[in-house]
Design a protein around this ligand. Structure first.
Ligand SMILES: [Zn+2]
Length: 278
């Protein structure tokens, strides 16, 4: 049973039984946004390719307790761009849709420590890969402890039905004007969001020690990636992809590929743990 579930989550359609979900062609690495940082001095960066054969079951992993309000919360949904971090390739000017929810009371508890949910945002395609391939979409829920330690939850989405939970934020995409976006003037709207519906019902996770995936690429980030994907419609994914691909920063002589996913980083000897037996 467990083996079936692990194989099923991100497996290729097998061509029998129910109609397979069409997740498009297998993406290739050169389609991902070029890196903006020399990682030579860094060894615990994110995102990574989670190879399920190399994931270790941890019977004694600390339980993750999600304490998100089970009602809509008012969020500030903004199109933002970071002030360009000088790099050899120039400034990074990829805009992000950021949902600010500090003050909503949403938090998670892991190993006795509380991490408050500060904001969330999306990546098209996903930043984390499962078994050598990305998913079309990934949400990152960015939490911080009182001591300033980051815990980020990632949930991948495959192409499927319209996702009502992300709609309040994604429906604003048409109202943003990326052509007029500056670091000093984010474009913001209020929206009601259901944070508690952003996570899959199944609570199994992958866990590893990594970093922020945008500048300043701070390490010491606890990463929790849910093993079970959600779904969003092709239209929702396409609209986000179009938005974050609008500016075209360049990486040396190469044109910047579409999307806002950082390339996967070397995992090295970092272990990946899971609370999913199998
Ligand atoms: Zn992110």
């Amino acid at each position: 049973m467990n083996t079936e579930r692990r194989d099923g989550a991100f497996a290729e359609p097998r061509g029998h039984g129910a109609a397979p979900i069409d997740n498009g062609p297998v993406p290739v690495r050169h389609r991902l946004r070029c890196d903006v940082m020399d990682t030579a001095a860094h060894h615990r960066q994110s995102p990574i390719d989670i190879t399920r054969d190399e994931v270790t079951f941890g019977a004694d992993l600390p339980g993750l307790s999600v304490r998100y309000p089970n009602r809509p919360v008012t969020a500030r949904v903004c199109l933002e761009v970071k002030d360009g971090d000088p790099t050899p390739a120039g400034a990074e000017v990829v805009p992000e849709v950021v949902v600010h929810v500090a003050g909503s009371g949403a938090a998670v508890v892991l190993g006795g420590a509380e991490y408050r949910l500060d904001s969330l945002h999306w990546h098209t395609p996903s930043e984390h890969w499962i078994d050598g391939r990305p998913a079309p979409l990934e949400v990152h829920l960015v939490h911080r402890s009182e001591a300033g330690v980051f815990l980020v939850i990632g949930v991948l989405s495959l192409v499927g039905e319209h996702d009502e939970t992300i709609a309040p934020a994604f429906d604003l995409i048409d109202r943003f004007d990326p052509g007029r976006l500056t670091p000093d003037e984010p474009q913001c709207f209020d929206a009601e969001v259901r944070l508690d519906r952003l996570l899959p019902k199944a609570s199994a996770t992958f866990r590893y020690d990594g970093s922020l995936t945008t500048a300043p690429f701070t390490e010491g980030v606890t990463w929790i990636v849910f093993t079970e994907p959600l779904a969003a419609s092709a239209d929702q994914i396409d609209r986000h992809m179009a938005l974050v691909s609008t500016p075209t920063p360049r990486c040396g002589d190469r044109p910047n590929p579409p999307g806002n996913a950082r390339p996967i980083q070397e995992r090295g000897r970092r272990p990946i743990a899971t609370d999913l037996p199998g």
